[in-house]
Design a binder for this molecule. Structure first.
Ligand code: MSP
Length: 526
């Protein structure tokens, strides 16, 4: 989306993660989506776009109220303890989010009340009596045919089990306001038909369309039985249902509902609709069905794209507090470093599919792709430039056989990141690394006498590494900068621009620069 009215039009790119419940400590299941969003937005910054990357925490609702009570604390106090843990975890993983929203902030309360009021004024919210089976962990009602069979002999589990958590549901009966989702089926189907490709990967899109075609039930958007939430502006006896509250965060962060809908950077007009909303497969229904209907009701556009990820599994189970199989990012960072963990989650699983987390997989990827391929390339280039080229980078050959490999890597990475397919983007990038290693092995410059032949080969290799540093920087921000500096290049790798700065031999590169020999980027793990 281009900025309106500015002399120099800058493309804006607004990306979001789900906001994480504060009843749980951050684990690598949460980190997974956040790292994907970080890498994608880092790529868009390389494209020169004006990027806003949002993440945050979901702090209202029954689940949090119960977790706080169990800890003997007030919900606000409890949330104040956990929210910073998420923020710190993201900092420790080099997540460059531009904003961190908490649903207990005043800006969010204003946005939720504005959205509720707009839907209410449009006649899409009505009062009704409701009795239903509720999973507190999902914060969702389930129909009987969606539940797993319970245990008729156990009064606590007789009503059935939640299909996701496999825990007993509770029967709730209350007066609720309902959002008339059933009115939106055709409008949603029309919208998705008019916007093909707005859910990636495609098979996840089909799942969402399937939900809509199967028929939409109105959903309750308020509770009287709980007070840990945002009151409805027209009826303060009710607080907003946590999902209505949570989904609105994506608008709160761009100034919706605040005076002038402004914000210093253009507000809703400039940033909405979001360019990509990353979500996990368990929250498709809320995001791809409820959320666009809420937006349409309020006269706003649905987001341009949803990117739906699978789960990180441990022994075929979703990693979660409920299952008790969580892996903390810190434990893995101690083994493979921040970039090692980032690379693993980005490269190992095609986004959209479930990924199987194993320590062997993590270490295997690290050793093969990082230590043996990228790390080894940096080491041998620096060593041979040191021993055969006087420690100074030779010039690249404009007609080098590696030029085509570099162009292919740029094209593949561009397509991969654009399609929210990090594993494909990195596969393309590693294609250039492998081609460069193969080129060195074919030419064996370490065996040759110093001279123009060796210089030609190493000039190509340092140029390839320069391009690799830029292409790999969304995944490996620290390592990319280290490569940049070892190649004697000035400034920050993140200040480079694609495509201009990844064109072969087109900009000033490591030629005539001192190349630094240093310890391995990725020491092998045995
Ligand atoms: N608070 C809601 C989202 C509201 S968004 C308006 C929520 N929170 S959550 O903390 O339970 O999960 C947030 C996201 O993390 C979901 O997309 C979920 O799929 C993702 N993950 C949590 N555990 C995960 C794995 N083990 N693997 C991959 N992602 C998982 O739902």
């Amino acid at each position: 989306m281009g900025g309106v009215g500015s002399v120099c039009e800058v493309t804006r790119f607004y990306a979001t993660t789900p906001i994480y419940y504060v009843n749980d400590e951050p684990h690598i299941g949460h980190a997974y989506t956040t790292i994907v969003g970080d890498a994608v937005t880092r790529w868009h910054r390389l494209l020169g776009e004006d990027v806003k990357y949002l993440t945050g925490t979901d702090e209202h609702g029954l689940k949090i109220q119960q977790a706080a009570a169990a800890a003997g604390r007030s919900p606000q106090d409890f949330a104040d303890g956990i929210a910073p843990r998420f923020a710190e975890t993201w900092t420790s993983l080099d997540i460059a989010n531009d904003d961190f929203i908490r649903t207990t902030e005043p800006r969010h309360r204003a946005a939720v009340q504005e959205l509720l009021q707009r839907c209410y004024d449009n006649g899409d919210i009505e009062l009704d009596q409701y009795r239903g089976k509720y999973c507190v962990r999902c914060e969702a009602y389930y129909a009987d045919d969606e539940l797993l069979p319970g245990d008729p002999t156990d009064p606590d589990a007789a009503d059935g089990l939640c299909p996701i958590h496999k825990l007993p549901v509770v029967v709730l009966e209350e007066e609720n306001y309902f959002f008339r989702l059933s009115r939106y089926a055709d409008r949603l189907l029309d919208w998705y038909e008019a916007h093909p490709g707005s859910i990636v990967p495609e098979f996840r899109g089909n799942e969402a369309i399937g939900f809509i075609r199967a028929g939409l039930r109105d959903f309750s958007i308020s509770r009287t039985s709980l007070d840990w939430g945002i009151p409805l502006p027209w009826d303060e006896r009710h607080v907003a249902y946590v999902w209505f509250d949570a989904l609105t965060n994506y608008l709160s962060a761009v100034g919706f509902g605040q005076p002038g809908d402004g914000g210093r950077d253009g507000g809703v007009d400039a940033w909405w609709p979001a360019d990509v909303q990353l979500i996990g497969k368990d929250i498709i229904r809320f995001h791809c069905v409820y959320w666009p209907a809420m937006l349409l009701s309020a006269g706003l556009e649905p987001p341009k794209r949803f990117a739906v990820g699978g789960w990180l599994l441990v022994d075929n189970e979703k990693m979660s507090k409920t299952t008790g199989n969580v892996v903390k990012p810190r434990d893995l960072v101690d083994t493979v470093g921040v970039d090692g963990l980032r690379y693993y989650v980005l490269a190992d699983t095609a986004y959209g599919n479930d990924g199987d987390f194993t320590t062997e997989g993590l270490v295997g990827r690290y050793n093969s792709d990082l230590a043996n391929n990228l790390g080894n390339l940096m080491s041998r280039v620096a060593t041979v430039v040191g021993s055969k080229c006087g420690g100074v980078g030779p010039a690249p050959n404009p007609d080098s056989p590696l030029a085509a490999a570099a162009d292919g890597a740029v094209a593949g990475a561009t397509a991969g990141w654009a399609g929210i397919a990090p594993s494909r983007a990195l596969e393309a990038t590693w294609g250039l690394i492998r081609a460069t290693n193969a080129y060195l092995e074919t030419n064996e410059p370490w065996k040759a006498e110093p001279g123009p032949g060796v210089d030609d080969v190493l000039g190509d290799a340092v140029e390839a590494l320069r391009i690799v540093a830029i292409l790999a920087s969304p995944a490996l921000p620290t390592t990319a900068q280290q490569i940049w500096e070892r190649l004697g290049l000035d400034g920050a790798v993140t200040d480079q621009r694609i495509p201009a700065d990844v064109a072969w031999a087109a900009v000033s590169g490591p030629a005539d620069r001192p190349i630094t020999k240093a310890p391995p980027l990725f020491p092998r793990i045995t």
